[in-house]
Design a protein around this ligand. Sequence first.
Ligand code: SF4
Length: 340
Amino acid sequence: MSDTSQSPKPALLEVGGLSKTFFARRIFGSSRPVVAVEDVQFAVHRGEAVALVGESGSGKSTIARILLRLEHPDCGRVLLDGQDVLALEPKRASLSYRRRVQMVFQDPFGSLNRTHDVAHHLVRPLLRHGRATKADVDDRAIDLLRTVGLEPAEEFISRRPYELSGGQRQRVAIARALAVDPDLLIADEPTSMLDVSIRMDILTLLTRLKTERRLAMLLITHDLASARYLADRVLVLFRGRIVEGGPTDELVESPAHPYTRALLASIADEGELGTSTDHVDSELEDEQSRGCPFAPRCPDAMDVCWKTDPSYRKLGARRVRCHLYPESGSDPSANADRKE
Ligand code: SF4
């Protein structure tokens, strides 16, 4: 685990003890286990954005797929307003849960049907989920376009995806997600395929929606700069586990885990907003079975790091999984979110 939310209010989304292992085939038929997610725990409150930050292979996409019920975990729980999502019957989950939990995808062009106009993409969910009647559905669609900043909305409503820029398509995708009045928005790399010049616009839009609609948001990203802009809390994932988590400002201004420091250094090297951390992963060795998984490239590695996997330690409002910091007794972070 390792989330650090201190809010006394009940969380909208609670994830606990989430683990998932895949089996990768070897050449001669045998397979080896690959841990994608390991004992991940976090919570998201209404009106709050939490960022899961990590490069490809860190487990963030697997977590998103589990939350969308496209993947089933080996163990763990997912609660939405206290309801056990993983225990829901598929049919019930598909309608009610999918209304409450909406996704904005990385590729705004791929997520829109190029043969249909913008109206189609908005009218369909509005009617299907009972958010509008046939009499007022056109007005509701226009309102949605205004909400996401596509003006004049009356012109955009009849355009097809190929008549829109990447940023405009992503705004339509966000409008479509808003059409069903969700409680939680999962944004999977929502700006990574956009021009740098318009990434900030989309992040600003998401920030406004979070505040105005008290939307809970889970930002899935490799880009710590985007997380820094949008998220109230950041959880840094490495090899399927949260290695550091806490309030965004605190984590960014004084990163504790060496891996978080490496991610931040990559921003400093490449400039603000829109940098990739993928290269950090590509240099990592893969065969660290005992001790800390980050030890092979950690500049601070000590003897103990190669022998013992570190537990979580408490650093103010943060939790960090690293031997550099003193153990804090019986891991108070273990129940931090369960108390909410
Ligand atoms: Fe580095 Fe050791 Fe901390 Fe792992 S536990 S991140 S190897 S200092």
